[in-house]
Design a protein around this ligand. Structure first.
Ligand SMILES: *Cc1c(COP(=O)(O)O)cnc(C)c1O
Length: 403
């Protein structure tokens, strides 16, 4: 058994004591104070190195301190960080074009986070429905999903633990079982203004939707003039080895709206709504907006990232598959592993017991991962990892899971 160990930095660091005294007590953090990062590694305040296989919950897509990202941040920070949406700057237009191309959609709105992008998508659904009358306001979403923590996004989130203390939420939301096309058929009607799908449920334990499900949703959205929204905040922008997770389906179902965020600006806050002309027509001048969203610095960083990502996609698929095979091998020798679910570099390893202690034990061995849905070890490594980093991570996991 691995010795339980708490890195010394977290016990003694004054910042931790100040958090204890002054911060809203809504997070339960792991005992680690991170000081800096480089590539796939972070270093704590004592200089101890950790292999980062969670990358800020799928945000630090190019790892830490990527030279090209650092370069454009330096350059752009000295030119223009923000000018608000009162004016144009040079990077929103090109980034919107880029996102339209990779998503096959037509127009883009920039927000500051995943939740905020989802919130905008929900407003588009509402405004779209309203054109046909006030009773067309229902939204269908799935059990076990996660769409964010604002009251709107929470209303379509299908997990009681996030919702319970804040009810009543938005009226007209119908949350249905995720693997049941018949339930979908039953829930969607003339009153439905939108269907919201999280293509791979990340917070819910890394579950993909069954084959053909999105096509069914597309069909129903068309039949009842509802907008089909894909939440690709965690699973999109390259993580599965394609730009968007729903593009793994053949033929890919085309949503009316795709929402992205986490990796989009490599750690700077940026969310995006991509939509077709039909969805775009729901929102006119003055109907939606943001002060910070789509700033010059964040947009330029996202453009730089997408340049790099183009060439990285085959490596994400290759290394993701290698990681998957290594974990499968490990799972065969372990009585603790229940199931492996892998989509490129988005991987969940479901255990027969709670995962939290394994996360702490991995951390003590220099590997950062996390646990979601109580018993699913989740891996969201940066896209730049190679087989070498996978070997190092699997070695640690092997020690922990082969008991
Ligand atoms: C993280 C996440 C969100 C919320 O994004 P924030 O940037 O935390 O606001 C919404 N949907 C999914 C699928 C997510 O993984």
């Amino acid at each position: 058994m691995i010795e339980k160990m708490t890195p010394a930095s977290a016990l003694t660091h004054p910042a931790v004591e100040l958090e204890r005294d002054y911060l809203l007590q809504n997070y339960s953090r792991y005992p680690l104070v991170i000081h800096r990062g480089r590539g796939p590694y972070v270093y704590d305040t004592a200089g101890r190195r950790y292999l980062d296989f969670i990358s800020g919950i799928g945000v630090n897509a190019l790892g830490h301190a990527h030279p090209r990202i650092v370069g454009v941040i330096r350059q752009q920070a000295a030119l223009l960080i923000h000018c608000s949406n009162l004016y144009y700057h040079e990077y929103q237009g090109p980034l919107a074009q880029r996102l339209a191309r990779i998503s096959g959609l037509e127009r883009v709105f920039f927000a500051n986070s995943g939740t905020e992008a989802m919130e905008g998508a929900l407003k588009m659904i509402r405004a779209h429905g309203r054109k046909s009358g006030a009773e067309k306001h229902e939204i269908v979403s799935l059990e076990n999903s996660f769409h964010g923590r604002t009251l709107g996004a929470l209303s379509v989130t299908g997990q009681a633990k996030y919702r319970a203390d804040f009810e009543p939420l938005l009226p007209g939301v119908r949350i249905i079982p995720a693997n049941d096309p018949a339930a979908l058929e039953q829930a969607v009607s003339e009153r439905t203004a939108g269907i919201v799908l999280e293509w791979i449920q990340g917070e819910g334990g890394v579950y993909g939707l069954p084959a053909g499900y999105a096509r069914k949703a597309r069909e129903l959205a068309d039949r009842y003039d509802a907008l089909l929204v894909m939440d690709e905040i965690q699973c999109g922008i390259g993580r599965p080895g394609v730009y968007f997770a729903y593009q793994m389906e053949e033929p890919p179902p085309q949503p009316d709206i795709t929402v992205a965020a986490k990796p989009l600006a490599c750690g700077l806050p940026l969310g995006a709504i991509m939509c077709n002309a039909k969805a775009a027509a729901a929102i006119g001048p003055g109907q939606h907006g943001t002060t910070f969203g789509g700033g010059a610095l964040t947009c330029r960083v996202a453009l730089e990232f997408l340049d790099i990502l183009d060439e990285l996609l085959p490596a994400i698929r290759r290394v993701g598959l290698y990681f998957q095979q290594e974990l499968m091998e490990l799972a065969r020798k372990s009585a603790i592993v229940k199931e492996l679910r892998a989509f490129g570099l988005m991987i969940g390893l479901e255990l027969n017991e709670p995962g939290k202690q394994y996360v702490l034990d991995a951390m003590a061995q220099g590997l950062l991962i996390n646990c979601t849905h109580e018993n699913v070890l989740r891996f969201l490594p940066p896209y730049i990892i190679t087989e070498r980093e996978v070997d190092a991570a699997v070695k640690v996991l092997g020690k922990l899971l082969r008991k």
